[in-house]
Design a protein around this ligand. Structure first.
Ligand code: NAD
Length: 314
């Protein structure tokens, strides 16, 4: 007997697509992040109807208490809310335009948790609103472990009423849910935060590399800088030097953690957004160029703190 059956949740959709739980959520995009998030919704008592283009992802979702749907439209039909966790803006826009808008019942709420460009997020929310649906952009901070553990932070953009409706659903998947303002502001918060993270990690790495060349022991530099004005999250929570500070991906050969490729994606979104509003982001530009170099070296899959190896000439 699989986990879904044990939990009494293995149900095929009936003709009207209405299982008997109080709230039914369609979940589209069950990859590295979405898989764990959908499992947490099911664990919290929501009836989850899952759709993904990948058969493996669907099978895993079913094992974690979701019901599989044969298409995005079938998942959405009759659902009270729709959560999407997709790779990029073009996937989000096509899923909503081609399937969700046409199949959703009146009054359904839409939550896009993917990291996408601000312009697409605002366009899709505007289209949803014009059709009478509430919608929020709700990108996350936290990686796969936080998605599995239900400890994500959600930065949410959208109208007050849509945020109020979205909050309990997001709380079932995370530890913090913060309203960042109107449509697209969740994405804006996410890319500004990650641009800051990308730049401070580069600065932390180059400082450690230079300290070593000047004859300072990395642990000694950490002991000083972590209680001085150079302190940052990149140093004290995610130190890029193996054996220094708390346990981080650096202690595991830069495996796991937050991949260079994902940091690069977020920096490209940040640069694009900066250009759209004429914001000057010299540090963001420099960070993007450096993570691009790392990716070109074949390191897109390693943790982003491996930047220190490149700066040390390794
Ligand atoms: P992923 O590639 O593992 O998952 C995306 C899933 O979407 C895949 O299973 C894919 O088959 C599915 N998909 C694509 N197009 C589809 C469609 N038209 N219909 C149905 N399913 C479709 O990606 P992920 O790591 O889970 O990331 C998802 C989002 O979360 C991205 O926007 C990413 O930037 C963001 N994010 C990721 C992390 C992380 O650590 N992985 C952290 C924060 C935010």
């Amino acid at each position: 007997m699989d986990a879904a059956a044990r939990h009494g949740r293995r149900r095929r959709l009936n003709a009207r697509g209405s299982p008997d739980m109080t709230q039914t959520i369609a979940f589209i995009g069950l990859g590295n992040m979405g898989g764990g998030m959908a499992a947490n919704l099911a664990k919290n008592g929501y009836a989850v109807r899952a759709f993904d283009l990948s058969e493996d992802a669907l099978a895993r979702a079913e094992e974690h208490g979701a019901m599989r749907a044969a298409s995005a439209a079938e998942a959405v039909t009759g659902a009270d809310a729709v959560v999407t966790m997709l790779p990029a803006g073009k996937h989000v826009e096509s899923v909503y335009t081609d399937a969700v808008f046409g199949a959703a019942k009146p009054g359904a709420l839409f939550l896009d948790c993917s990291t996408i460009d601000v312009a697409t997020a605002r366009r899709v929310i505007e289209a949803a609103t014009a059709r009478g649906f509430g919608m929020v952009d709700a990108p996350v901070s936290g990686g796969i472990a936080a998605a599995n553990g239900g400890t994500l932070t959600f930065m949410v953009g959208g109208a007050d009423a849509a945020f109020a409706q979205a909050r309990p659903i997001l709380s079932a998947m995370g530890k913090a849910v913060i309203h960042a303002g109107g449509a697209g502001n969740g994405q804006a918060a996410k890319i500004c935060n990650n641009m800051l993270l990308g730049a401070t990690m580069v600065a932390t790495c180059e400082s450690f590399a230079m300290a070593r060349k000047l004859g300072l022991d990395p642990q000694t530099f950490y002991d000083i800088s972590s209680v001085s004005s150079g302190q940052s999250w990149s140093m004290t929570s995610y130190c890029p030097v193996p054996g220094v500070g708390p346990q981080t991906p650096a202690d595991n050969g830069y495996q796991g953690g937050f991949a260079v490729g994902l940091m690069l994606k977020d920096l490209k979104l940040a640069i694009e957004a900066a250009a759209s509003v004429g914001a000057s982001v010299p540090m963001g530009n420099a960070a993007e160029a450096l993570y691009q170099l790392l990716a070109n070296r074949g390191e897109a899959g390693r943790d982003f703190s491996c930047m220190i190896e490149m700066l040390e000439g390794k």
